[in-house]
Design a protein around this ligand. Structure first.
Ligand code: BDR
Ligand code: CA
Length: 310
């Protein structure tokens, strides 16, 4: 199986991404690293463990990482995810222990000890932990198989400011370190995730699984989608983070192109904007495979089927 580290700030959609990975035998989760983002670190590391236990996998190693972004103060998103970050279902406090090792050290140690080119980083939150790992041990960069991340938006605009997507906005300096690292990067921006809507029909399909996981996911998504439904009147909300895991399982569900991506870190107005050279109008290096489209029905069929295995 393909070795992955999931770096995450759960988050309802992060939770569903973790469950999708846990339901997929092609993937071997060597560790989950929590980062501050949707809610503070204290909650994201608990939420990550809650999800492992929900899936009956208390053996998964969960590590706690950066408590705040590299430079800017932490911005959280309780307005979307609720106070706990996982509002919706009533999940018990986790009994499984958090690992003692610092998440950044775990990422470095894993990449240095596993065979080069075999470990994939799945980044579902602000990129602080991954940037810290790259700064601490630059030799990890060429050893990373690829970094698949949810973040940014170009034709679609932003969701936390007119030009910035939340994960990049929270830690633009970390994003800059990651995009300049030379490691292969696959980006799932809002241009993709805004097409992966949790319609009532799709949530019903999860509830119909008739399992503990199916019920919990339906409750997570009922809560998560209310924000977009109330604000934008859509049927469902965008299921961002599971797109990262889905790409590892079924890349043909997505289309995009290799291009240059730079991160805005100086202008307050456009802070955290992903400047994507989609049309190749510069000769800056093509540092990322940026996705633009998704087969949403295929994606939800895959997700429901995999959740059904848990
Ligand atoms: C991203 O920000 C968070 O709210 C979600 O979990 C996702 O990772 C979407 O902008
Ligand atoms: Ca997230």
């Amino acid at each position: 199986a393909r070795k992955i580290i999931i770096d995450t700030d759960p988050g309802q959609d992060d939770a569903v991404a973790i469950l999708l990975a846990l339901g997929s035998a092609e993937l071997d989760i060597v560790g989950i690293t929590a980062v501050a983002g949707n809610v503070p670190l204290k909650l994201t590391e608990i939420n990550a463990r809650k999800i492992c236990e929900l899936a009956g996998r208390p053996d998964i190693k969960v590590y706690s990482g950066a408590i705040r972004p590299l430079v800017r103060p932490l911005v959280t998103a309780e307005h979307v995810h609720g106070k706990t970050g996982l509002d919706g279902p009533a999940l018990p406090e986790p009994a499984m222990k958090l690992q003692d090792q610092y998440a950044v050290d775990f990422i470095v140690e894993t990449l240095m000890s596993e065979e080069a080119g075999t470990v994939t980083l799945c980044a579902l939150g602000p990129l602080t932990n991954i940037a810290l790992a790259l700064i601490r041990e630059p030799r990890i960069a060429p050893r990373i198989r690829e970094i698949v991340l949810m973040g940014g938006g170009f034709f679609e605009g932003g969701n936390i400011t007119p030009t910035a997507e939340f994960n990049i906005y929270v830690d633009p300096h970390a994003a800059e370190v990651v995009f300049r690292s030379g490691a292969p990067i696959i980006v799932m921006p809002l241009d993709v995730t805004h097409k992966a809507l949790t319609t009532h029909k799709r949530i019903e399909a999860m509830r119909k699984l008739g399992s503990k996981v199916g019920d919990a996911v339906a409750a997570l998504l009922d809560f998560f989608e209310r924000f977009d439904e109330e604000k934008y009147g859509t049927d469902g909300g965008p299921l961002h983070d599971p797109c990262v895991i889905a790409w590892l399982l079924r890349p043909e569900l997505f289309t995009g192109r290799h291009c240059n991506v730079e991160i805005e870190t100086t202008s307050e107005l456009t802070m955290g904007m992903t400047v994507v050279d989609w049309w190749g109008v510069t000769d800056r290096p093509k540092n990322a495979l940026v996705m633009r489209d998704i087969d949403a029905d295929g994606f939800f069929a895959l997700l429901t089927e995999r959740l059904g295995r848990l």
